[in-house]
Design a protein around this ligand. Structure first.
Ligand SMILES: Cc1ncc(C[n+]2csc(CCOP(=O)(O)OP(=O)(O)O)c2C)c(N)n1
Length: 566
């Protein structure tokens, strides 16, 4: 907090020293423990100026996503805990109203900043409400809705657009080059102010002091450099946007991830990329679309086949409807979206299903493996997607299976097909072709049936190997929807016991679907569903989340033994 004290005799030198100190902490911490990175180096001066001019105990600020707000954490009393960011029990990666009275809205998903800041502005017109966003966030529909609303209300709102020309990858959209931002904001009845050098704290302070006295909407366009002050990040802001491992500070070299599963996840994404490149080489009319999530396997595809990849910006709703119509019009389309952003286009998926449009949707980073904080959890979408009529939902056990499923899906034309990325690279020996609504019995046994969802097949193999005296039948479903209930029924009629290893949240999951099927068809058997906990997880490192959720192989083995009894 000492950094926030206002002293009128602040000199340029003192601000520079402060900026250096903050940058140093950001670089040093990220090099040790990864997480959101390059965006934070670009916002040091503007956040410093904001904290100097406003008092965010009384004024409000909402950071869009929050991947750029680490300087704010440091300046608002969290400096000493900064190195705990992203660790179990430590600071959250994104803003959290539960963490600090200076965080006014919990974020992590793009598009909410202006709406939230506007809510505060209407509640208290006498204090400044600030929405802080990057130019990537300006591709988000909710932002447009809120700006339109705010302009009409003439609220006491400051919208800061931190323009660095990057989203995670290069930013897209008609506003991306920055030249029309003035006309755009004025058309929405905002006063437009531009800060040419977003790294000149003194100039920023002067501009903010003027803006403080304007109590109608102001749009402050600040030009910054993403990765500022750390050469490797300035050179490749995409790579350093979010660092998944530690890195060597001197060379900028990313060190191998300590998370074993992460290399598996990369193998799976590479399989997706490889298939996309094959399709692009074969079909002139194939498109790969994504709402600003090129890191889900499309970067290399874009390099090799730029004309086939369409990044729509951070707009899951738009991307889903656009991709649906592109498919309906006759092109082949594979849309790529992260599991935790599926809720953003729930309604558009309904439209897709109602029309039975054969769009292929690749859902990357699903399951508890990919979860690391409350806003980025990959285990909710299975329950949501299961409920849509006309849906086909595939959840592969590994990279090979993913490849087979993608090939199968590209040949179909009878409705939407969602395919999850596998969360581990588990080998399914069977070369059996994919048949709709058909699962595979991989091992036969007479005592108990295990149904592993997706890569939990690995855990099923583990349990079987540890319990060779028990007759374990492993039924790997392949399709979550439509589910192969007939084969399952035959198996449990034989064994009388069923253990479901669920990769999504229990509520509405495949396990509950199976329970309801068994009950309606009066098939008697003892059932145990082993699933991730039904709760938002707190920030932690991946392996910690996995451990805490009771889903590692040893935990599952113990739960299985307890179910089987002595
Ligand atoms: C709804 C939603 N979709 C996708 C993302 C993934 N995402 C996180 S940061 C980011 C890029 C943000 O770019 P920008 O707003 O320009 O800020 P910068 O990091 O460049 O400062 C994206 C796409 C997200 N957080 N929320």
């Amino acid at each position: 907090l000492e950094l926030m004290e206002r002293t009128d005799e602040d000199t340029a030198g003192r601000f520079e020293a402060l900026s250096d100190e903050i940058r140093e902490m950001i670089i040093d911490r990220a090099s040790l423990n990864g997480g959101p990175f390059a965006s934070n180096l670009g916002t040091v001066e503007i956040i410093l100026a904001l904290c100097h001019v406003f008092d965010f105990k009384k004024d409000k600020i909402v950071f869009d996503i929050g991947q750029q707000y680490q300087p704010y954490k440091i300046l608002t009393g969290r400096k000493d805990e900064f190195y705990s960011l992203g660790k179990r029990g430590g600071l959250t990666r994104y803003p959290s109203i539960r963490e600090s009275e200076y965080d006014h809205f919990t974020t992590g998903h793009s598009g909410t900043s202006v709406s939230a800041a506007l809510g505060y502005a209407v509640n208290n017109p006498n204090r400044k409400s600030v929405a802080f966003m990057g130019d990537g966030s300006l591709t988000s529909g909710e932002i447009f809705e809120a700006l339109n609303h705010a302009g009409a209300l003439q609220a006491n709102l400051l919208v800061i657009l931190n323009r660095n020309a990057w989203s995670i990858d290069r930013n897209v959209g008609a506003l991306a080059d920055g030249t029309t931002l003035e006309a755009f904001s004025r058309s929405l009845k905002f006063t437009y102010v531009k800060a040419e050098d977003g790294h000149d704290v003194q100039a920023l302070i002067r501009q903010l002091e003027t803006i403080r006295n304007i109590n109608t909407p102001v749009f402050l366009h600040v030009e910054t450099i993403k990765g500022k002050g750390y050469d490797p990040a300035e050179r490749d802001p995409g790579l350093f946007h979010h660092v998944f491992s530690s890195f060597n500070r001197e060379s900028g070299e990313l060190l191998p991830s300590v998370h074993e599963w992460f290399s598996d996840a990369m193998t799976v994404l590479n399989t997706f990329s490889g298939r996309c490149m094959e399709y692009a080489a074969e079909f002139h009319d194939v498109y790969f679309t994504t709402p600003a999530y090129m890191m889900g396997g499309l970067r290399s595809v874009k390099q090799a086949f730029p004309g086939h990849v369409i990044d729509t910006g951070i707009n899951e709703q738009h991307c889903m409807t656009f991709s649906s119509a592109l498919r309906l019009a006759g092109s082949r389309v594979v849309m790529n979206i992260a599991s935790f952003f599926i809720p953003r286009c729930y309604d558009q998926i309904l439209d897709l299903c109602i029309q039975k449009i054969p769009l292929v949707v690749f859902v990357c980073f699903p399951g508890i493996r990919a979860s690391s904080c409350p806003t980025h959890q990959g285990y909710f979408d299975m329950s949501a997607l299961r409920t849509f009529p006309n849906m086909t939902l595939l959840h592969p056990a590994g990279a090979e299976e993913l490849g087979r499923m993608l090939d199968w899906a590209m040949e179909r034309a009878d409705g939407p097909i969602f395919i999850h990325a596998a969360t581990e690279n588990c080998m399914v020996q069977a070369e059996e072709p994919i048949v709709r609504a058909r699962g595979l019995t991989l091992f036969s046994g007479g005592d108990v049936t295990i149904v592993p969802v997706g890569s939990l097949l690995n855990a099923a193999f583990y349990i079987r190997n540890k319990m060779l005296d028990t007759g374990i039948e492993i039924f790997y479903p392949r399709f979550l929807v439509p589910f192969d209930y007939d084969s399952l029924a035959a198996s449990v009629r034989k064994t009388g016991r069923l253990v479901i290893l669920e990769e999504g949240v229990r509520e509405g999951g495949i396990g509950e679907g199976i329970l309801s099927y068994l009950s309606e068809n009066q098939i008697e058997c003892r059932v145990k569903i082993l699933s991730p906990p039904s709760q938002f997880i707190e920030s932690a490192e991946w392996d910690e989340v996995y451990e805490d959720s009771g889903m590692n192989q040893e935990d599952l083995l113990n739960a299985f033994k307890a179910f089987m009894g002595p």
